[in-house]
Ligand binder design. Sequence first.
Ligand code: G1P
Ligand code: ZN
Length: 544
Amino acid sequence: MQINSISTTPYTDQKPGTSGLRKKVTVFQQANYLENFVQSIFNSLSGFQGASLVLGGDGRYFNRQAIQTIIKIATANGFGELIIGQGGLLSTPAASHIIRKNKAFGGIILSASHNPGGPDEDFGIKYNVSNGGPAPEKFTDALYENSTTITEYKLAEIADIDLDKVGQQQVAELKITIIDPVDDYANLMANIFDFDLLKNCISSKYITLCFDAMHAITGPYAIRILEDILGAPKGTVINGIPLEDFGGGHPDPNLAHAKELASTMFGDAPPVFGAASDGDGDRNMIMGANVFVTPSDSLAIMAANASCIPAYAKGIAGVARSMPTSQAVDRVAKKLGIPCFETPTGWKYFGNLLDDGQITLCGEESFGSGSNHVREKDGLWAVLFWLNLIAKKRQSVEDIVIDHWQTYGRDIYCRHDYEAVDMDIANAIVDNLRKQLPSLAGKSFAEYTVKYADEFSYTDPVDDSVSNNQGIRIGFENGSRIIFRLSGTGTVGATLRIYLEKYEADASKHNQDAQEALAYLIELAEQFCEVKKRTGRVEPTVIT
Ligand code: G1P
Ligand code: ZN
């Protein structure tokens, strides 16, 4: 096999964000752009000669082309085997599982998650390490350094690989294994949940359901698991065919973007359970008839009821949540007498805690939850978890949520996003917030007295690595919080996220609308950050 060294010059914008490098497709299509990044990944690694690498993506526009390029670069760099999802497809959690199951050296996942796809939309690439999780910050920092000094990349002169035929192909010294993207993942789920119980509840119509795959990667996974294996009627999975542009929509499972599901669940004769997942299958939205479960509540409810699930029947070791996620799960951990960790935003921060056995469940407010079964958040896992809960507890989603609030109180929660804000304005907003922090502690605003006002920094309990500047938090004596962060996954301008949270112990007030209950905190947030004043916007781009 002929291996060519191609000279190149660095791009300066290849710093990975919250979950890998995300840019417009047109940026990735620039000469040597993808090649530079992939070679920089390999330049930051050692010891992979002859080892295996997992490769797959969410099927968005540019997925297939990128995979062919990556195959040629990985081959030239000396990998011995490439394990690739058929059609170049692997959901993010499935990729994590495949890396672990095959004891692969690592994996490359192609996705821009919940961002839109298509020729003028977004693409992304991320490297996962041998535990199946996103590479830690020290690796992505090294990768970025490499990308700024790269002078050449290696390319094997081989023909394009047939990605559609399951089985093994030998290309010179290289083994290429094309796998069914769903098989291993479906088996993993069958080993975690009580599939017999679910089959009974579905066939007896005790559980009726609707799953919105949003024309993204979970279509084939959900059809196989929910319809073929568990016996839900055909049509249970809506928008189940993956499309390169997700049918023109935002494959983001929230009430704003999963409109079809939301109108079914709030419609005339809603099914018992509704859910959606995102572009690459790691996010989830959980709904019941006429109810929406916030991701923060969902995590807390899962933790409180984990013993209902076969894989967690013996109890859970601990839990973790990202800093802006509500404190609902903290109360559960306290009651269970298990540790609860607060980590920076991004799944990579859960990896060490999971590997070390300190936690079993973890989650983020951004529609992500997962467990020690893989090292990514997992949308369908959360769906099956809830189905298993409904089946085992014989309660509706609404009753499960109300019971939970009655026991623990309710953490009323919402997030306001201001997207595509001018970078300079966004940076000025953050600078201005920083300046106010020292003077805020002890100050009172109506019944809210500031307990602490700081910038979150995290020391990993396992390897002692420190991550600074992970969001500005203002905490009040009554447990309420306002948090400000700039997104690390956007591709246009800056996105300012404002997270608002208020604890309500009084059960007679649990039915309140979140925006109304949080109205004063929303006002305070504007007073602190002045996003409306500085941008001229009148409302957030998205409220979740
Ligand atoms: C967002 C979410 C974060 C999640 C990430 C990847 O990152 O807020 O919780 O881990 O997407 O799905 P952000 O854009 O806020 O940096
Ligand atoms: Zn995702």
